[in-house]
Design a protein. Structure first.
Length: 171
């Protein structure tokens, strides 16, 4: 049998546990509930943002269609208004279009390095470096043998002549 003192203790711990659980669930849902009560952006704010985006697109020399494609979730009316206003302003003030610099042309190794922006551990980085060095050595060896007039080809031709004669040297 349980003692009469242990039952009130269990009840008090159970009540405290339920109260803490209810409080934590209630507080964790504050941001979630708040997102339903107010809109993220008023229509005026959305139009103002679209106007700013449209003006920026025009100043950067982007077409209106490109601006629409790059910002599909923004109001098209706002983007158009901003693009048109900036176009008229730039024409009136003789302001040239700001053209972004063309992308730099790089070799294959630089492109591969740019693609792999993810951090790698030391072991993988060393392995890739060894593979690159091995590929460069093979490339150098191939170019050197072709410049030397095919030094390896003399050995392979003597091997072929031995095979034709039927003597392989392993008798």
């Amino acid at each position: 049998m349980s003692s009469p003192c242990s039952t009130p203790i269990l009840r008090s711990h159970g009540v405290k546990l339920i109260a803490m659980l209810a409080l934590s669930l209630t507080l964790s849902a504050c941001d979630y509930v708040a997102s339903f009560t107010k809109p993220k952006q008023t229509p005026e704010e959305a139009k103002a943002e679209g106007i700013a985006l449209g003006a920026g697109c025009r100043q950067a020399g982007q077409s209106l269609e490109d601006c629409y494609q790059r910002n599909p979730d923004k109001l098209k009316a706002g983007i158009f208004a901003g693009w048109k206003d900036m176009h008229e302003y730039m024409a009136a003030k003789n302001i040239p279009t700001v053209v972004p610099p063309p992308p730099e042309k790089t070799d294959d190794a630089a492109k591969d390095a740019a693609k792999d922006d993810a951090p790698k551990d030391d072991r993988a980085a060393r392995r890739e470096r060894r593979e690159r060095e091995r590929a460069e050595k093979e490339k150098d060896k191939d170019s050197k043998s072709s410049k030397d007039g095919g030094g390896d080809s003399d050995r392979s031709s003597s091997r072929r002549s031995r095979d034709r004669d039927g003597s392989s040297g392993k008798n």
